[in-house]
Design a protein around this ligand. Structure first.
Ligand SMILES: CC(C)(COP(=O)(O)OP(=O)(O)OC[C@H]1O[C@@H](n2cnc3c(N)ncnc32)[C@H](O)[C@@H]1OP(=O)(O)O)[C@@H](O)C(=O)NCCC(=O)NCCS
Length: 145
């Protein structure tokens, strides 16, 4: 389901799912603030979520997650496909994101979806008391004919 008007109502289920997916989770109020911005766009299902920022011809993936029991069934790939359709229809030319260098499932997901590495931020994440580098990934989106 595409989150558009009234998105703030989804802050709570998003925070619950986010906590199940990430070591450093975002609170309900984090999501309320994010969803209140006119630049935020997102998708949510019973088992997954994708939240992005959309400014002019660029989008950034802010967070994506699939509940552990539902993983490896193509759900995240399907969310990304919906994002690419949305982006192409709105003249978005580039989608970018940051991902921890040790997040093998996510790196594989993004590689399969056509993202390429465009940079690296040293020590970007704090995970279990250690700093972890982030890879910057980008995908160019061809415009709809
Ligand atoms: C990363 C994540 C969103 C993938 O969701 P998913 O629904 O399981 O992904 P899909 O089933 O669509 O898998 C697509 C591809 O991703 C890769 N992938 C998914 N899970 C993987 C795993 N456990 N190990 C290695 N590769 C994996 C595979 O290349 C897979 O393609 P394949 O099925 O042909 O092998 C999910 O593991 C997750 O929520 N992780 C925790 C949150 C997170 O790290 N988000 C990304 C932050 S940048």
């Amino acid at each position: 389901m595409l989150l558009s008007d009234g998105m703030v109502a989804y802050a709570e289920p998003l925070a619950v799912m986010h906590a199940a997916c990430f070591e450093r989770s975002w609170s309900v109020s984090d999501f309320q603030s994010l969803l209140g911005l006119p630049t935020t766009i997102g998708w949510i299902t019973d088992t997954s979520f994708l939240v992005c920022s959309h400014v002019l011809d660029e989008m950034e993936i802010l967070t994506i997650g699939v509940l552990p029991f539902a993983r490896h069934r193509g759900i995240a790939s399907s969310l990304l496909s919906q994002l690419f359709i949305y982006a192409a229809a709105r003249n978005v030319h580039r989608i970018f994101l940051e991902v921890a260098v040790n997040n093998t499932p996510a790196l594989s997901l993004y590689q399969k979806a056509g993202f390429r590495q465009t940079g690296c931020r040293r020590g970007y994440y704090q995970m279990s008391g250690k700093t972890v580098d982030a890879l910057c990934l980008t995908k160019d989106i061809p415009s709809d004919p």
